[in-house]
Design a protein around this ligand. Structure first.
Ligand SMILES: O=C(O)CCC(=O)C(=O)O
Ligand SMILES: [Fe+2]
Length: 194
């Protein structure tokens, strides 16, 4: 946990190889794979700005359900991380929201910031990848850009078990077109306020 806090403080992001217990990873993958029931096309923006534009963002999403054991276990793990990060970095993280995301073959998410569109209370973005046997030819990498949005800071393959955490406001990012179905859980630690 200290390593996560230190690196977030130093560079603003961290890529973790396999932070979650194997049994939880398996349950999360199965839960995301079992059925597409409850998944809806993702939207861009909020309220009256809310738009669904497939060419910008091609995923379908389902928010985690606290009443389901598997979702609950993930939320509990992230809750523990939240309190550790608050202790180490005094970030005042207030809560965590997250959704499963499925990108069908041929879709991605164009370069964007997670803090635009009125989501100003998002402090840290987390993405956990659920794709076993992911190959380079499957594409779908997350590209993290320097704050100016031009130079590439990191390229992350969406491999099973990998988690990236980054400062939501600092890094524009993009999901490259995926050539296979790409599954993940994306979430945000937030401070209170709208
Ligand atoms: O799936 C990813 O790698 C990133 C997703 C993302 O940027 C988002 O949902 O805002
Ligand atoms: Fe994003």
């Amino acid at each position: 946990m200290n390593i996560i806090a230190e690196q977030l403080q130093d560079t603003g992001y961290i890529v973790l190889d396999n932070p979650l217990p194997a049994s939880l990873m398996t349950a999360l993958r199965e839960r995301c794979q079992e059925s597409q029931a409850g998944f809806e096309a993702a939207h861009i923006g909020r309220g009256t700005d809310k738009k669904q534009i497939n060419s910008i963002r091609g995923d379908v999403i389902r928010w985690l359900d606290e009443s389901h054991d598997t979702d609950q276990a993930y939320l509990a793990w992230m809750e523990n991380l939240r309190s550790k990060l608050n202790e180490a970095l005094y970030l005042g993280l207030f809560d965590y929201e997250c959704h499963y995301a499925i990108y069908g073959a041929g879709t991605g998410y164009a370069k964007h910031s997670d803090v635009l569109n009125g989501k100003k209370n998002r402090v840290l973005t987390t993405v956990l990848y659920l794709n076993e046997n992911w190959q380079r030819s499957d594409g779908g990498e997350l590209v993290l850009f320097e704050p100016e949005g031009i130079d590439v800071l990191a390229t992350v393959a969406p491999k099973f078990g990998t988690m990236i955490i980054f400062l939501s406001e600092s890094f524009p990012h993009e999901v490259l077109i995926s050539h296979s179905t790409r599954r993940s859980i994306t979430g945000w630690f937030r401070v209170s306020g709208s």
